[in-house]
Design a protein around this ligand. Structure first.
Ligand SMILES: [Fe+2]
Length: 341
């Protein structure tokens, strides 16, 4: 069993990194252990519990070795290594989200990694500093991942708006409402991309609902309503490949759950429903009630707030309702008015 405060696992098919790092690391307290296959790396990681693991992503087809290693040694800081000459491996965009602290190209020299590993004469590694790696050799997957999600989110919103303009307008209004309410409950999460993507994409599953139901100018019959009720699960299927976080997917899947357990699709109740989805459902209901529909006119903000208040503890989380009712701008012109919900 190695010293978890100083050991380094090198998981790579060849021995170049192990040899150079073994030579270059300061002596005394540094154990550098090699593994040349994915299974071996996981076995060594589990027994060694290294502080650091350099993982060649070529050892697994889909970057799953990073996840497997984090399961085997959760405290280990993982620097993922890939060879850009061989193209981007499947799953590369997920590596940072999985928990790797940095991703570097294989052409990065071992000695260039020392700023990342933290300088040390002896003792444990310092905090990792990915920014210290030469920028031309370092790929900030988190930025790339964020950009990918931004683009995907915009494309999905545009696709939904193209199917149904009113639904597209609704998603913008309700995102503002839900974000304002979330700010009163959990301010940091109100500005979290993960939550905002969930608000924006909550109805993306409606892309998969047939036009004759989605655009029907009147109340839905039983089977049509059942098909409409499938949109949270459809939304999950559509958004999941886009690299969105679980928090985002939670809003999409659970935004029609009810506090009393009579919602859909899973019938979750109270705290089983993720907070962001509980917040969103109140904002969604308010916006739906204060919006014109082909078969009815918009309700006044005052009447809608009265119904929201009545739903506290049955349809809605009481704490969320209290916060929502404290939103000072509700009822002011332009907020929660107009369009289909
Ligand atoms: Fe919905």
């Amino acid at each position: 069993m190695g010293d978890k405060n100083s050991s380094v696992l090198i998981a790579e098919p060849r021995g170049g990194w192990h040899d150079s790092l073994s030579r270059a690391l300061p002596g005394g307290g540094s154990e550098v252990v090699a593994a040349h296959g994915a299974a071996e790396a996981v076995t060594v990681g589990r027994s060694l519990q290294p502080e650091l693991a350099l993982v060649d992503l070529g050892l697994s087809h889909d970057c799953s070795l990073v996840a497997d290693l984090l399961a085997a040694c959760p405290e280990t800081k993982i620097v993922a290594v890939f060879d850009s000459a061989e193209g981007f491996p499947d799953g590369l965009s997920d590596v940072m989200a999985l928990g790797a602290v940095a991703v570097v190209e294989r052409t990065t020299l071992a000695t260039d990694l020392f700023p990342v590993l933290g300088t040390r004469a002896s003792g444990p590694l310092g905090p990792l500093d990915p920014a210290a790696v030469p920028t031309d050799r370092y790929i900030d997957l988190r930025n790339r991942h964020d950009q990918q999600r931004r683009v995907t989110s915009r494309a999905l919103c545009a696709a939904l708006e193209a199917r149904d303009f009113a639904t597209g307008q609704h998603q913008n209004r309700v995102t503002r409402l839900a974000t304002s309410c979330m700010r009163l409950i959990d301010a940091p999460r109100a500005v979290s991309d993960e939550v905002v993507y969930g608000f924006m994409l909550h109805d993306v599953g409606k892309i998969g609902v047939p036009d004759y139901i989605l655009l029907k100018p009147g109340p839905l019959d039983y089977w049509e309503f059942e098909m409409m009720r499938a949109h949270p699960k459809l939304g999950l299927q559509i958004a999941e490949p886009g690299g969105f976080s679980q928090e985002t997917l939670d809003v999409i899947l659970n935004h029609h759950e009810r506090w009393d357990g009579f919602g859909y699709p899973r019938g979750l109740s109270s705290d089983e429903i993720p907070l962001a989805a509980r917040v969103f459902s109140v904002a969604d209901a308010y916006d739906a009630m204060t919006s014109d529909r082909p078969y009815r006119s918009a309700m006044s903000p005052g009447d809608a707030l009265h119904i929201i208040r009545s739903g506290s503890g049955c349809a809605f989380d009481p704490e969320v309702v209290d916060s929502f009712l404290n939103l000072e701008f509700l009822g002011s012109p332009g907020v929660g008015l107009g369009g289909n919900g």
